[in-house]
Write a protein of this length. Sequence first.
Length: 256
Amino acid sequence: MWIAVTREVGPALGNCELSHVPREAIDVARASAQHRDYQRALEALGCRLLTLPAEPDLPDSVFVEDVAIVLDEVVVLTRPGALSRRAEVASVAEVLRRYRPVLAIEAPGTLDGGDVLRVGRALYVGESARSNAEGMAQLRQLLAGHGYTVHGVLTHGCLHLKSAVTRLNDHTLLLQPAWVGRDRFADFQVIEVDPAEPHAANVLRIGDALVMPASFPRTRQRLVDAGFHVTAVDVSELQKAEGAVTCCSLVFRVNE
Ligand code: GLY
């Protein structure tokens, strides 16, 4: 079965970090309602939710993806690139410890989970403003014994690697060519986002299904036409916080 770790939206969401989107007022009550719908969508796809309480003083803490990389064998706790996000790690670590041995990125390394795209045994790591070379080197070293390879990928114009490219299946990626080079993924089939929907590359795969924001109907149609089953969720308030669908959960398999 699948576990999805999430965290409730906190009252400080409006003070979130922003890098590539303009600050707009966020309706926190609406963000919470949308987040609940997102949680229900994950449950409908077979996930058991483990939901942490909101962190009132940590604006970005709903975006749990950034603080850990959950692999089949181990968890790697990250050291987020934004100082304001470092205190998010401990409470998520406590939950994940029940399921996997825990490793950790240490100073001076920085790494955001949103920069780590897993396809099979390959981890592609965004060389972004949040994740540095030391963080990637530590990840490579921590995981070498588990048979993972780690590959750096330059991003530009977006927050994380997974803002620009996500996995549709082990052979196919959804990609925004303005933010990441398609040549870096020459071994994959690539579906590009619709040009009218630059932020549409972030989708979350659970089992055989994809979850994506409702605000990208043209890109959704491309995925449906390619044979994918897509669940659309309205996450417009979370998008104002530069969040997307992968950011709001840590999804992993357990044998129970
Ligand atoms: N607001 C999401 C982030 O910047 O980490």
